[in-house]
Design a protein around this ligand. Sequence first.
Ligand code: FES
Length: 137
Amino acid sequence: MTRHIVARTTEIPPGGNKVVDIAGRDIVVFHVNGEFFALLNRCPHEGAPLEKAACVARLTSPEPGIYQRSRVGEMLRCPWHGWEFDMRNGQSWFDPKRVKIRSYPVAVERGDELQKGPYVAETFPVHVEDSYVIVEV
Ligand code: FES
């Protein structure tokens, strides 16, 4: 897999998303609960753009009349027919073994780490303690 820088973290606000083209693939990157998730921007049912999907909670019911919400914002509800998918791995809620969206690994890294060139001068740690400067070599 090749790594691609797709956005600054500030470009995708919490609860928002950004669509990017990577090697001809339309990929949507979501920012939810402090994490980023990347999925193919195409519903496996009839191809709706998932950038328009609602980000909803997982809703379960242990018994009639009792509802529990969890993982708020991490479930995608397709805008065309309402199929739901887990943003974390692309699996559908109704048939997780057979129907899923292609998902991609996402990493967040500091810009200064990404921009390092191939030539790096040797450096040494420096500490200031009281009024003495100490250099470790
Ligand atoms: S296109 Fe997504 S549920 Fe139909």
